[in-house]
Design a binder for this molecule. Structure first.
Ligand code: PMP
Length: 443
């Protein structure tokens, strides 16, 4: 027989002369004149043993639950209440075109090169200005830019949690946050939420008993329920964090989107000691594809987390940072938010009215004062999983409640986003969705 070294040497020679090539799935084959001997050289045709290749840790990354739903939602003829995206039409596209034109005409290369991991200092200063308006008096070095606030969850999980550590989250909560904590082996414990936000009255018992390392909360216009944590609970939550020395992540993706009156004080605005890590984003007010969010935290936290971010992606997009900086400095953002709120308030009202007109009698839903979502409790006997299929037949999609819960509950809830679709499609989509519910009830 031919030994392995002979084959390898022959292979190397053939390769050097350009006579062998690989095609995915076919393994290695000899090209042209040597076609007949290809079987002999076909020794790399086995796929890697993936099961042995992925880390143990990779098992924690289950397939992304909503992938199929979102693929469906991206079809043109489908009305989607499933996304968490800003309305593209209401976005500040014209202002952006001006900004990009200026970039090119001034031949300013800075936004096209590397930038500091924490973000451009000038942008960090501009964001500290935004934070001042929110009642948080921080300086630029307490701010770090992020590639979306999702990155803040990932960095925090890696830098604060060890496998087995406990994180408390509202139940239900934003599931990519739950996934970020679970992915590093932390245990996630849910605490119920009602119309006044997290049940802080149940928290102390849990803190005493389990000594969690972290509390994750979305106090303002919560995803998925749309609720706000009332002021008394905010104050109590800070007191408990101090007492039990547990850090809080305040996820404030939606705080600017308040449709009536004013938002309540941020947890970060009440925190004098550095227990709150504040996250926010330009995804919900500007464009999510810029992938730009930020963190406001104690300087020590920023320093530590910047080291982690550097390993992840070096820095967030310089171009996105530059665009946002110009947008803030020109007053564009400040002018944009009231317009956005007006648009989204109309959409929220349209969805609420359409539900009032069309819903089956046992459907329950709320009227959120801000944010992106209406949260519905389905009539008894109607499951979200079954409703997905029925609604998809009528070309409307939404997100079922299940992924937002820590362990399998939630099939009697659905989350409806009202910001993404146009007004007329919101009314039309709710009619279709309610028709699908009624069909299920009648079955
Ligand atoms: N937190 C919450 C509560 C969200 O709803 C979202 C977006 N759906 C994010 C964080 C992540 O947003 P991004 O990474 O786009 O900033």
């Amino acid at each position: 027989g031919v030994n392995r070294t002979t084959i390898l040497n022959a292979y190397r020679e053939l390769k050097a002369e350009g006579l062998v090539g690989s095609h995915v799935g076919n393994g290695t084959v000899v090209l042209s004149c040597l076609q007949d001997e290809s079987d002999l050289l076909n020794f790399t045709s086995q796929e890697p043993a993936w099961d042995q290749i992925f880390s143990h840790h990779a098992n924690d990354f289950d397939s992304y639950i909503l992938k199929d739903l979102l693929t469906l939602a991206s079809r043109k003829d489908v009305i989607s209440f499933a996304t968490g995206m800003a309305s593209p039409e209401t976005g500040p596209l014209n202002a952006f075109l001006g900004i990009e034109k200026e970039l090119i005409e001034s031949r300013n290369y800075k936004p096209l090169l590397h930038s500091p991991t924490e973000g451009f200092r000038s942008l960090r200063e501009a964001i500290s200005g935004l934070m001042h308006k929110r009642g948080v008096y921080c300086s630029y070095d307490e701010i770090m830019l992020l590639s979306g606030s999702q990155q803040g969850l990932d960095v925090a999980a890696r830098m604060i949690l060890d496998p087995g550590d406990i994180v408390v989250v509202e139940e239900p909560s934003f599931f990519p946050a739950i996934q970020a904590f679970k992915s590093i082996g932390a245990r996630v414990m849910g605490i119920p939420i009602d119309e006044k936000g997290m049940r802080v009255d149940l928290l102390e018992q849990l803190l005493q008993r389990y000594r969690p390392k972290l509390i994750y909360t979305i106090p303002t216009f919560h995803n998925p329920t749309g609720t706000e944590m009332e002021l008394e609970r905010r104050i109590r939550l800070i007191e408990l964090a101090y007492k039990y020395k547990v850090l809080i992540i305040e996820d404030d993706a939606y705080g600017d989107l308040c449709y009536e009156g004013h938002s309540l004080p941020l947890l970060k605005a009440m925190d004098n000691e550095g227990y709150v890590i504040y996250l926010s984003t330009f995804s919900k007010t500007v464009y999510s594809g810029l992938r730009l969010g930020w963190m406001t935290a104690h300087k020590k936290v920023i320093k530590k987390f910047a080291a982690a971010k550097q390993i992840m992606d070096l820095h967030s997009s310089s171009l996105s940072q530059w665009i946002i900086e110009q947008f803030i400095k020109s007053g564009g953002l400040e002018a944009h938010i009231p317009r956005l709120c007006k648009d989204y308030r109309e959409k929220r009202d349209a969805m609420y009215d359409a539900l009032t007109k069309n819903a089956p009698s046992d459907l329950l839903w709320n009227m959120p004062r801000g944010g992106y979502y209406i949260w519905c409790k389905l009539p008894s006997g109607v499951s979200a999983a079954k409703l997905i299929t029925k609604a998809a037949e009528r070309k409307v999609v939404f997100v079922p409640g299940t992924p937002f819960f820590t362990s399998g509950q939630g099939d009697d809830y659905i989350r409806l986003n009202f910001t993404f679709e146009e007004l007329k499609d919101i009314t039309d989509g709710i009619q279709r969705l309610c028709a699908a519910m009624k069909e299920l009830i009648d079955e």
